[in-house]
Design a protein around this ligand. Structure first.
Ligand code: UDP
Length: 323
């Protein structure tokens, strides 16, 4: 019988790509989403799939799923700074209550559990690259705290379920990921710059543009997530007891990213420098040696190729959300 996975946030950017991957691996998929920031369009191609079910539901409320469940993946949350600043309380609730409810479901079903955590647990890091052993540098009352602290709480709760109930917990610290199905209006650098470049408008680089991110193409991130989900426990070095960074190690400044997107799109747009939002991390680059060692994983898609595929998606007018 096919393994059965329940994924929250399954109609989101990452979640919908994970649904695709799980179905391709022969899983049965129950996709749960309240469509706050996700969009039905992301899973519309799956609605007739015999192993796919869509449930509109809000996991800040207790949830129950009939029948066997082998894996629970908690990916529901507003995830872009613009989205979580717009929905601060819901972001905290889905990271805290939603994690509690989905852990409870996994415990009741004896299922494996994968938590979508984030590089945001490192805050504005004081060391670079960031290994999983770094505790982070987070402003607990800053604008990003609703997301950062929710993810940190989620990690603590998942770890407590591992220690207390022996739940097979996996924690992925996901770094910046981009690709098709990002919303045009989610406010992140990649979709914003692409939209602006294609429209011939100025690219809004915040601050000096010298802040860096490491951008991973979505299929690479999803490959790491899938490997982590099905990874076995190792006695002394268990993925269950440690978070695993997943992301690209190719660090780029936001100014260089804007220039690259202008070049690839052959746009006539220029760059306009806008104020830097508060608490914007200055650097971000994962140490991915743990993922390499435990999962045999490394990203494969170059930034140029990944951006070309993403630009193609935006050019075709497929992205949801008005800019
Ligand atoms: N950024 C920018 N212009 C934009 C959107 C974002 O310069 O229109 C910057 C932002 O200040 C940050 C970086 O790009 O330094 C990445 O932002 P994003 O929202 O993509 O992700 P995150 O900050 O969560 O890594």
């Amino acid at each position: 019988m096919a393994a059965r996975a329940c994924i929250t946030g399954g109609a989101g950017f990452l979640g919908s790509h994970l649904c695709d991957r799980l179905l391709a691996e022969g899983f049965e998929v129950v996709c749960i989403d309240n469509l706050l920031t996700g969009t039905p369009q992301n899973v519309s191609h799956l609605l007739d799939h015999p192993r796919f079910t869509f449930v509109r539901g809000d996991v800040t409320k207790p949830l129950w799923v009939e029948g066997p469940v082998d894996y629970v993946l908690h990916f529901g949350s507003p995830a872009s700074p613009k989205d979580y600043v717009r929905y601060p309380i819901h972001t905290l609730k889905v990271g805290a209550l939603g994690t509690h409810h989905t852990l409870g479901l996994a415990k009741a079903k004896g299922a494996g559990y994968l938590l979508a955590s984030s590089s945001e647990v490192y805050g504005d890091p004081q060391i670079s690259p960031q290994p999983e052993t770094y505790w982070g540098h987070v402003n607990p009352v800053g604008v990003r705290s609703v997301y950062d602290e929710a993810k940190r709480f989620g990690e603590a709760l998942a770890t407590a379920y591992y220690h207390t109930h022996g739940l097979a917990v996996r924690i992925a610290r996901i770094f910046n990921t981009y690709g098709p199905r990002m919303r045009a209006d989610d406010g992140r650098a990649v979709p914003t710059f692409i939209g602006q470049a294609l429209a011939g408008e100025p690219l809004t680089v915040y601050g000096t543009g010298l802040q860096t991110r490491s951008l991973c193409y979505v299929t690479d991130t999803v490959d790491g997530l899938f490997r982590l989900l099905v990874s076995p426990d190792a006695a002394d070095d268990s993925p269950a007891s440690f978070p695993v960074n997943l992301g690209s190690v190719d660090e780029i400044t936001m100014r260089d990213l804007a220039e690259l997107i202008i070049r690839i799109t052959r746009s006539r747009s220029r760059i306009s420098y806008e104020p830097l939002p508060p608490d914007d991390p200055k650097v971000r680059r994962p140490d991915i040696s743990r993922a390499a060692r435990l999962l045999g994983w490394a990203p494969r898609v170059s930034l140029a190729d990944g951006l070309a595929m993403t630009i193609d998606y935006f050019r075709q007018g497929l992205a949801a959300g008005a800019r």
